[in-house]
Design a protein around this ligand. Structure first.
Ligand code: ZN
Ligand code: ZN
Length: 297
């Protein structure tokens, strides 16, 4: 299978990173999109994948940096010739989100205008995604692939539950954490994974600053904790992603983030800090994700 990181950033707009989205393509050619943050659709075009050919979308949670591209992806796919409905698996709240977007929702006028053309009317199902809300357990399975979800420890589940995925296909296991603090669920999903794609939003320095300044809650995993998880679970290859802008040199981002990040510490050297701290325990293959990075398994 092939894994392409369409977006590797976190919640803020980042000139160097799109929001979180990962495209998994099986040896059979079937595509599975994991999360749909800003930029996902255009990034697919850049890796020569027609968004209309991506028939399955799995959402870890409903934070905007994981779902905000959904209307653009769905409507673009319609215009690009998708036939049939997009299959969406998401946590509780996904039906509500999708029901407000398309016909009768925010993009109703756009869809009615375009549907006036017979060509667009012919594949109108493309703007009627089929949504299944899942809970922990197997959320998708057929002859090619099995996807198991476990609940993560992100922000309180009463507001927005988050799930990680264990994806078994083509004889390999790929685990994706979604957003999470260290928890039992991700340890279970990661056992002996061929590839662990794990969020690692801030370096230790940034975490310490946020702890001292008491800015917001911390619902993420530190590099040291990620290294320990990978060792404990016998993971064969680690990719850290969902990078929280710590490596950015963007002046506007630095100014805008000054209240909640130690912006004087921001810069590309923070990538080395991720590596050093993960390497404190985990010595196997390791990459810090960047947009359009590709891994073949
Ligand atoms: Zn996120
Ligand atoms: Zn989140």
């Amino acid at each position: 299978m092939r894994v392409v990181f369409l977006g590797t950033g976190a919640a803020l707009p980042d000139p160097d990173r799109c929001h979180t989205s990962i495209l998994i393509t099986l040896n059979s050619g079937r595509h599975f999109l994991i999360d749909c943050g800003h930029g996902a659709t255009r990034q697919m075009m850049r890796v020569n994948v027609n968004p209309a050919d991506v028939r399955h979308l799995l959402l870890t949670h409903l934070h905007h940096d994981h779902v905000c591209e959904l209307p653009f992806f769905v409507i673009s796919s319609w215009i690009l010739g998708r036939t049939g409905a997009l299959d969406i698996r998401g946590p509780v709240g996904t039906k509500n989100l999708v029901s407000h977007l398309f016909e009768g929702g925010a993009f109703d006028a756009d869809i009615r205008a375009r549907a006036a053309y017979p060509l667009r009317q012919a594949n109108i199902e493309a703007v009627r995604p089929a949504v299944t809300e899942y809970e922990a357990g197997v959320i998708f399975a057929d002859d090619d692939i099995k996807v198991t979800a476990a609940e993560m420890d992100h922000i309180p589940r009463e507001i927005s539950p988050c799930y990680g995925f264990r994806i078994e296909a083509d004889g390999k296991v790929v685990t994706f954490s979604g957003d999470t603090a260290p928890c039992e669920g991700i340890a279970r999903l990661s056992q002996n994974a061929d590839l662990l794609i794990h969020e690692c939003t801030f370096t230790e320095e940034f975490i310490e600053h946020r702890r001292k300044s008491q800015v917001g809650t911390f619902a993420h995993t530190s590099p040291s904790d990620l290294g320990r998880l990978a060792v404990d679970c016998g993971v064969k290859h680690v990719v850290a992603t969902h990078i929280g802008h710590v490596d950015s040199l963007s002046p506007v981002l630095k100014r805008a983030a000054a209240k909640h990040l130690p912006t004087e510490l921001m810069g590309p050297h923070q990538i080395d800090a991720f590596v050093d701290d993960i390497r404190g325990t985990y010595k196997g293959p390791l990459q810090i994700a960047h947009d359009l990075m590709r891994i073949d398994l």
